[in-house]
Design a protein around this ligand. Structure first.
Ligand code: NDP
Length: 474
């Protein structure tokens, strides 16, 4: 019997996705560059072995799948994907669908989509979130391509996706690069979310002098409330874990140097290109870069005389409540930025991105899944968040309650010397966004002074210049 679908790349994500597909009753043909990995995969498939057709060449793979063939590519993003597509072109036939499920840059996806258009083959760029566990038991799946090609793979993709109260977390989001763009912004938001959690951890550790397990308990408590989310849940678990080698808390033996693979950076680059402020995400990406400068930071610590972080005193219960609400407010602002970037891109690339659907398919399966995303889905669905999430009535109410805490925490952390780049960026964004009259009148005056750029007068039409006289640059 022929397979219904094919998959190339049996690494962490590919092998788990293949098992997930097989488990849902879809016969799958698999291929991996290194044959031993294919053998190992078949061994690991256990009772699902019968649903898997191992292949050792692309021709064999194509022959094993019933046409029109959907083939998922799950290899290292970048050049390997182009190589696989080029190789597949030789063995596939008209109407077959090539699906890139890796973390592609959406601009590559757009290029691949147009390169394949007219070739007879169809291209889908698909973002998959949820890590290894998600791939195996239900990821969040963000699809970009033609609607027709989505219809042809919808059944299998919705079957293998995560479910939120029975609703599948897989959807078609728009043409060409839409799926990979949304996945990129998902990751950008993930960077901000993780960074803000780490900043709160820093205040608890250094400002309040709490031990990892004690901090873990705080996160565990928070996970029962408004902050309920996968990232808070795993943070609690991480903080509770001990290192088997030394018996110390694991977090205490891990080097404070964070890695990144590019999606956070792309989010920021695209936000800048589109002219949409995404300051909390920018701060989170910059924080990872700064973290990687371990040697420089240690030298700077010596140069500045190990100032450390001052202890933060006061009523502990009140402080913890403030920290919880600060994280909550910061998170709302960061998500507002992420959604605003998607909204800008949707216009720029004519995707017509369905914001309520995006919030919905992020409610389960993906790394940023949270209770709050359900409220966001409602806000976008009712049209209340059409300009910015911060304008949705439900979020106005939440921010009104939470922003004083964010303000106090940013102030106290800054005084104590505990860096809070993402939280403070989120606060500054909120404060700038809600300020009916800002300070750019001065910027305009300066620009006119040195460059004769002109300015608008309040309540008048036209361009005006200031009375700068002979000292002015122009
Ligand atoms: P792994 O490193 O586990 O596996 C990489 C796979 O790519 C292997 O099958 C490898 O084959 C194959 N590969 C690498 N280079 C080539 C090449 N030049 N030609 C053919 N095959 C090649 O990666 P992951 O499974 O973690 O990631 C796969 C994709 O999924 C990436 O785009 C990643 O960004 C994305 N992703 C990963 C997530 C995660 O949590 N890990 C989450 C969401 C997306 P071989 O065995 O021969 O080396």
């Amino acid at each position: 019997e022929k397979a219904e679908i094919g998959l190339i790349g049996l690494g962490t994500m590919g092998s788990n996705l293949a098992l997930n597909i097989a488990e849902h009753g879809h016969r799958i043909a698999v291929f991996n560059r290194t044959p031993s990995r294919t053998d190992a995969f078949v061994e690991s498939a256990g009772s699902l072995k019968d649903m898997v057709v191992p292949c050792y060449g692309l021709e064999e793979l194509a022959a094993a799948i019933r046409p029109p063939r959907p083939i998922i590519i799950m290899v290292l993003a970048g050049k390997p994907v182009d190589e696989q597509i080029a190789a597949l072109r030789g063995v596939l036939s008209d109407n077959d669908i090539v699906i890139d499920a890796g973390n592609a840059n959406f601009r590559d996806t757009m290029r691949r989509f147009s390169e394949l258009s007219g070739s007879g083959l169809t291209f889908i760029g698909m973002g998959v979130s949820g890590g290894e566990e998600g791939a195996r038991h239900g990821p969040s799946i963000m699809v970009g391509g033609t609607e027709e090609s989505w219809k042809r793979v919808e059944k299998v993709l919705t079957a293998i996706s995560a479910k939120f109260k029975g609703e599948p977390c897989a959807a078609w989001l728009g043409h060409d690069g839409a799926g990979h763009f949304v996945k990129t912004i998902h990751n950008g938001i993930e960077y901000a979310d993780m960074q803000m959690i780490a900043e709160i951890y820093g205040i608890l550790r250094d400002g309040l002098g709490m031990a990892p397990k004690e901090i873990g308990k705080v996160f565990e408590e928070w996970n029962k409330g408004r902050l309920n989310s996968y990232l808070i849940e795993i943070t609690a678990k991480v903080l509770a874990a001990d290192d088997p080698k030394t018996g110390k808390p694991v977090v205490d033996i891990i080097l404070d140097r964070a890695g990144q693979k590019g999606t956070g950076k792309w989010s920021v680059i695209e936000a800048q290109q589109l002219g949409i402020p995404a300051t909390a995400i920018e701060a989170a990406v910059a924080a990872r870069v700064l973290s990687s400068l371990k040697d420089e930071r240690q030298a700077a610590e010596k140069a500045y005389g190990d100032m450390g972080v001052e202890k933060i005193s006061g009523d502990k219960a009140a402080l913890l409540k403030d920290l919880e609400l600060a994280l909550f407010a910061g998170k709302i602002a960061a998500y507002a930025q992420g959604f605003a970037v998607m909204s800008g891109a949707s216009k720029e690339f004519n995707w017509n991105l369905p914001m309520p659907t995006i919030a919905k398919i992020w409610r389960a399966g993906c790394i940023i899944r949270s209770q709050m995303l359900d409220t966001m889905a409602e806000a976008f669905g009712s049209g209340g968040a059409s300009t910015n999430l911060l304008m949705a009535p439900a979020f106005i109410a939440m921010m009104k309650e939470a922003h004083p805490s964010l303000r106090r925490i940013v102030a106290r952390a800054s005084e104590a010397g505990s860096p809070v780049p993402a939280l403070s960026s989120a606060l500054a964004y909120f404060d700038s966004y809600r300020q009916g009259r800002g300070t750019s009148n001065l910027i305009q005056a300066q620009r006119d002074f040195f460059g004769a750029h002109g300015f608008e007068r309040i309540g008048e039409q036209g361009a005006f210049h200031g009375p700068w006289g002979s000292g002015a640059g122009h």
